[in-house]
Design a protein around this ligand. Structure first.
Ligand SMILES: Nc1nc2c(ncn2[C@@H]2O[C@H](COP(=O)(O)OP(=O)(O)OP(=O)(O)O)[C@@H](O)[C@H]2O)c(=O)[nH]1
Length: 418
């Protein structure tokens, strides 16, 4: 501001004012305004000077807010956004601690969802829950205005039941500013700024806090929506897993169904070819199963199939997979089983069924199985996984022809395995 002490001619001052207004229109607020005498023109100059200072302060604040909101808006989850606010707003608002609490859908309960301080551990941290009944925060909601408590000791004396105030005092907090968070006209929670010094917050900050709160409410809503999206996505993935499980499990026996075991065979065959390791298959078929159905009924037949599946599952090592291949047929896929081990496994499976009668609803049924085994030391010698199945099938029917309750073997070349 320039004051010459001598009154400048009115027209000179007016043209300087016009220049100043033009400069401000272009965003330059450091303007020189000659005041001269305390006449009407001088008073206009003083008003212009104040306007220039006000606009300069306002624009600085808006730019700062914009930079902060750009940083904050980059966050995706609510917690991420709050962390960014804690780091970004320090240049605008004094605080040693920040906390955020959200209201339950019915507005009756407040739950702290995040808190951070520059002095270490916070006592009133995530998960702290308080009832809104009789809470002084209801006044903050009703007014829609930030509340300043510059002497928390005095506040506790007035509200001796306020557990949260007690905890804040124990943390060393002496003054606080509480911003209501309102989204789409509805209170959703609060943002707390706190300081270890008393009388930190002034009414002059009020407008700024309100603007921050309005912006935060929108961000919190965005965070909430994002979290909902994450949860819905997780539920969808879980449902997809369940559907996948349902689509590949046999409901009667609980083992893989045909599709499940064939998918597994396909993957294992491809892996064995890639890595050059051996692969073996066993096809198991229940002997004279039709007779069991005919003599004791379908439900007994089902019970027998269930028991056979459990015994077979117990008889193959964990990294071998068992599936129900057809009505009374099971398929076992074995990886990394050496040539000599396959016959031992097939024999063990036959014995697991024949050694003990199957008990079902008071019946004791002597049941046997036949098995066909194929072993490929080098899977590259077999055209595809279906070729392996065909060889195992041939071996199975050889076992059936030879009298059942036994197994027969093939190598990938088609020769019988001794
Ligand atoms: N209870 C029951 N029976 C089934 C199921 N699926 C297929 N079956 C029956 O299994 C029987 C299979 O009979 P066949 O193919 O003639 O063979 P088998 O009687 O076991 O005789 P071999 O295999 O020659 O020893 C048929 O009667 C089918 O109806 C099922 O889920 N439950």
């Amino acid at each position: 501001m320039t004051s010459t002490g001598q009154s400048a001619p009115a027209d000179t001052r007016l043209s300087a004012y016009v220049e100043a207004v033009r400069a401000m229109r272009e965003g330059r607020y450091a303007v020189d305004i000659p005041l001269g005498a305390q006449d009407d023109v001088g008073r206009l100059g003083a008003e212009l000077q104040q306007l220039a200072e006000h606009l300069s302060g306002h624009v600085t604040q808006v730019l700062r807010m914009q930079a902060i909101s750009d940083t904050v808006n980059g966050g995706l989850t609510l917690i991420d956004v709050l962390d960014r606010i804690f780091d970004a707003f320090r240049t605008v608002i004094p605080y040693n601690r920040m906390g955020c609490a959200l209201l339950s859908a019915d507005g009756r309960t407040l739950r702290s969802c995040w808190a951070r301080a520059d002095f270490g551990d916070v006592r009133l941290g995530t998960g702290f829950t308080a009832s809104m009944a009789n809470s002084s925060l209801n006044q903050v909601i009703a007014s829609g205005q930030p509340r300043i408590l510059n002497d928390l000791d005095a506040h506790l004396r007035q509200h001796p039941d306020s557990h949260s105030t007690r905890l804040m005092l124990a943390e060393g907090i002496r003054s606080s500013l509480t911003c209501p968070l309102i989204s789409q006209g509805k209170p959703v929670g609060f943002l707390f700024f706190s300081s270890t010094e008393p009388f930190t917050y002034q009414g002059v900050h009020q407008g700024l806090y309100l603007r921050i709160a309005a912006q935060l409410s929108a961000i919190i809503e965005k965070g909430r929506l994002y979290q909902e999206l994450v949860e819905v996505n997780a539920r969808l993935l879980a449902t997809q897993d369940e559907l996948q499980e349902l689509a590949t499990r046999d409901p009667l026996t609980g083992v893989f169904n045909r599709r499940g075991i064939l998918d597994h065979l396909k993957a294992e065959y491809a892996r064995a070819r890639r890595e050059g390791g051996p692969i073996s298959l066993i096809i198991v078929d229940v002997d004279h199963f039709k007779k069991i159905n005919d003599q004791y009924g379908h439900s007994t037949g089902d019970g027998v199939l269930w028991e056979i599946a459990q015994r077979l599952a117990g008889g193959v090592r964990q990294y071998n997979q068992l599936g129900r291949f057809g009505g009374e047929e099971f398929l076992i896929v074995m990886s990394n089983v050496e040539c000599g081990q396959g016959p031992c496994i097939a024999e063990r499976l036959c014995k697991l069924i024949s050694a003990q009668p199957i008990e079902h609803e008071g019946l004791r049924l002597d049941v046997t199985i036949s098995a066909g085994l194929v072993h490929a030391t080098d899977p590259a010698t077999v055209a595809c996984e279906e070729a392996l199945i065909r060889l195992a099938d041939e071996a199975l029917y050889e076992a059936k022809r030879a009298g059942r309750n036994r197994f027969s073997c093939r190598t990938a070349g088609g020769a019988a395995l001794s």
